[in-house]
Design a protein around this ligand. Structure first.
Ligand SMILES: [Zn+2]
Length: 256
């Protein structure tokens, strides 16, 4: 079976029909997301909305997006982790990579200095930064938030850079797609075009799929690791993804 499976041929074929398939799938997905009514009412901890949530994602997930503040499962989980553990306070200077609107709106009020970072200038961030080579001084932030970025970049470089710009005792709050059943991260440098990346990594701009060795990679950058995992009753109340994990990576040293 394996020998008969010609990935190159599959990729060629995918390329050939890609535009047509993409358009069809996109139409179907959008129609589904508009029609999906939600399975049960949920509570959004970010905006206190209670009611049906919208479907979101590829493939679409039911009860994923809060219709009031647009939060997704991971934003609600991160918010719960931040508020329950008291991770942010007015003495903190925080850097938010690829800042997501629903989190940004609430988080900027909790810290003394809130700054955003993007690779692209057209998003009008406070800092235009390459996370693999951050043009900011050592020991300059108390907190970093970085969601769904590590799967797009060289995570080893990015983690070392985040560690460098955090003050001792500072914390990076991290999430990324993760397959807990895989001991090892799947990477393949030969997979470099968008169609291949979609086939191998599930999205055309992802460069790997992390396994549970993500933890060792975070620790190797110098962090001490804690984590918060979505469990019941939070999952059904707040519309979280079962087992999704927020990594709370602390740079050792004096607490801040
Ligand atoms: Zn909401």
């Amino acid at each position: 079976m394996d020998e008969a499976w010609d990935t190159a041929q599959l990729t060629d074929r995918t390329e050939e029909f890609r535009e047509v398939l993409d358009a069809q799938n996109r139409k179907l997905r959008n129609r589904f997301m508009q029609m999906a009514a939600g399975i049960a009412p949920r509570l959004c901890p970010l905006c206190d909305y209670f009611g049906n949530f919208a479907a979101f994602g590829q493939p679409p997930r039911f009860d994923a997006r809060c219709p009031s503040c647009a939060s997704l499962e991971r934003h609600r989980l991160i918010w719960l982790a931040i508020t329950r553990q008291g991770l942010l306070d007015p003495s903190h200077r925080l850097l938010h990579f690829a800042a997501e609107g629903p989190l940004r709106k609430r988080i900027h009020k909790l810290v003394g200095q809130y700054e955003t970072a993007e690779l692209r200038a057209d998003l009008f961030p406070d800092h235009i930064l390459n996370i693999e080579a951050i043009d900011l001084p050592d020991d300059s932030f108390d907190r970093i938030i970085c969601n769904h970025v590590l799967e797009h970049v060289d995570d080893r470089k990015a983690l070392r850079e985040m560690h460098r710009i955090l003050r001792p005792g500072g914390i990076a709050i991290l999430t990324t797609p993760l397959i807990e059943a895989w001991a090892e991260t799947y990477e393949n440098p030969e997979i470099s075009n968008p169609a291949d990346r979609f086939l191998h990594f599930g999205q055309n701009d992802h460069v790997r799929v992390f396994g549970r060795d993500l933890r060792a990679r975070i620790i190797a950058a110098g962090f001490v690791l804690d984590e918060v995992t979505a469990k019941e009753p939070d999952v059904h109340r707040f519309g979280l993804m079962r087992g999704e994990t927020v990594f709370i990576a602390t740079k050792p040293g004096a607490s801040s």
